[in-house]
Ligand binder design. Structure first.
Ligand code: LIP
Length: 293
């Protein structure tokens, strides 16, 4: 049975998987990668530019992803891996791990304690929007030790300081007092268009927060620290685990047309805000970002 709403008819049925076991793998691996990223940060952080001069990759992004690949090769040898950095691999099991080895690399570069290791097990094809579904995952805020984790149908949890609690989105129903998270791309022209969108949105909400990590934005939504979130130009690895945590905490997550997030738009909020927030960010995104005048 193909998971509901997926375009990929060959996608594995999540009910055939040990979802709590996959969540445990994600937790263990992000905890180890997070320790590496924090404890072995060199005094001089080697930085290279990727898509633009403002899109950095550090030696620790690469070392973190290499560790994740090594651990998954031992724990889940038949699974595929899709990572932000080079070096993923195809699998045969129908499960693919989607990893952002450091989400919030600019924050990491500036030693701003808001960056994450994000890892999700997905079924379907994570390179095609609408053709994949996260089924288990974990996001570690590496600087603070907060570990957000979930599996499909199992609820969302935050583990920190040895204690674990359930997560639930806020019941916010008034956009005018909603705290909204967002982020911006690395391309200057895209940022100009995103700024035009923000100029129209900002007067209609309480305020915005730009944390610098989509994975943590989505987990903060799940924890009630944001009422809503939107962003354009996200990759699967930015949002796979955070999207699952948010949905399992009661959020509705969607994109330009329906409840399928895409690179053109990812939005997320509690159920009471969907009617106002989703329609607004869809319209503003279409007008200013994806099909600007
Ligand atoms: C980051 C995203 C963030 C976005 C940043 C950047 P990275 O991912 O998580 O939401 O606003 O521009 O793309 O590049 O640090 O892995």
């Amino acid at each position: 049975m193909t998971p509901a709403g997926l375009l990929d008819p060959t996608a594995l049925d999540p009910t055939t998987l040990d979802l709590p076991g996959l969540e445990d793998v994600a937790r263990r691996v992000v905890l180890e990668a997070g320790r590496l990223v924090v404890d072995e940060r060199p005094a001089e952080l080697g930085v290279a530019a990727k898509s633009s001069a403002t899109d950095p990759v550090t030696v620790m992004d690469q070392r973190s992803q290499e560790l994740v690949l090594r651990r998954l090769a031992g724990l889940r040898p038949d699974d595929g891996v899709l990572g932000e950095e080079e070096g993923g691999r195809r699998g045969t099991s129908g499960v693919t791990w989607v990893v952002d080895p450091i989400d919030g690399t600019v924050n990491y570069l500036y030693d701003i304690p808001t960056y994450a290791v994000s890892l999700a097990a997905v079924v379907g094809d994570p390179t095609t929007p609408g053709a994949w579904q996260p089924v288990a995952g974990a996001v570690l805020s590496a600087a603070t030790g907060e570990l957000f984790h979930a599996h499909l149908g199992g609820g969302a949890r935050l583990t920190t300081g040895g204690a674990t609690r359930g997560l639930r989105v806020t019941g916010a129903d008034d956009l005018a007092v909603a705290l909204v998270g967002t982020g911006f791309g690395y391309d200057a022209d895209l940022r100009r268009r995103q700024a035009a969108l923000l100029a129209e949105l900002l007067p209609q909400v309480r305020d915005i927060r730009r944390m610098g990590s989509a994975a943590l934005d989505l987990c903060f939504l799940a924890a009630g620290r944001l009422d809503a979130y939107y962003e354009t130009a996200l990759n699967a690895w930015d949002r796979a685990a955070g999207e699952l945590v948010a949905r399992e905490a009661g959020a509705v997550v969607g994109g330009p047309a329906d409840e399928v997030a895409t690179r053109d738009l990812t939005w997320a909020c509690g159920p009471a805000l969907v009617g106002s927030f989703a329609d607004l960010v869809r319209e503003l995104t279409a007008r200013h970002v994806t099909t600007p005048g």
